[in-house]
Design a protein around this ligand. Structure first.
Ligand SMILES: [Mg+2]
Length: 148
């Protein structure tokens, strides 16, 4: 089995849309991501949940969710945990890693929308840059991962 790490924000949950919408609706709140329930209410990214379930069922991947916290917002630790349970089921809460440094982890693949900033640059496996031209969405990623 390949060990696969998957980021949360803007990879499986749609952080940016919620952030922009909150800023537009309430411009006086400068950091909407620090508001109660912001992280829990994020919508899933298209095809993310279904693809993870398919990859999981293939038994080719040992899947972990690896997300960096918004450190100044203690609520996000709780809300990310709740989001995972609500969208992926309680089993995945055992595979949830919240760490500001993704370079500490040993694995084969990291799917992330950032290539640096939270230790992604030090990840020892293959970094699949989600949202870039090569891996624009989960449909393409699904095809790529099925070839492994
Ligand atoms: Mg992200």
């Amino acid at each position: 089995m390949k060990r696969l790490f998957v980021d949360m924000d803007d990879v499986i949950c749609d952080y940016s849309s919620a952030y922009q919408k909150a800023l537009k609706n309430n411009p006086e709140i400068r950091y909407p991501q620090s508001q109660f329930d912001f992280f829990r209410k994020l919508a899933p990214v298209k095809d993310a949940i279904e693809t993870l379930q398919t990859l999981d069922a293939s038994l080719k991947f040992d899947i972990y969710i690896l997300t960096a916290p918004s450190i100044k917002n203690p609520l996000c630790y709780l809300e990310k945990r709740v989001w995972i349970e609500e969208h992926l089921g309680s089993r995945y809460t055992e595979n949830l890693i919240i760490s500001p440094n993704k370079g500490l982890f040993i694995g084969d693949i990291l799917i992330d929308d950032h290539i640096c900033g939270a230790g992604q640059e030090n990840f020892n496996g293959k970094l699949m840059h989600f949202g870039c031209e090569q891996y624009p969405n989960w449909s393409v990623l699904n095809e790529e991962l099925n070839l492994i």
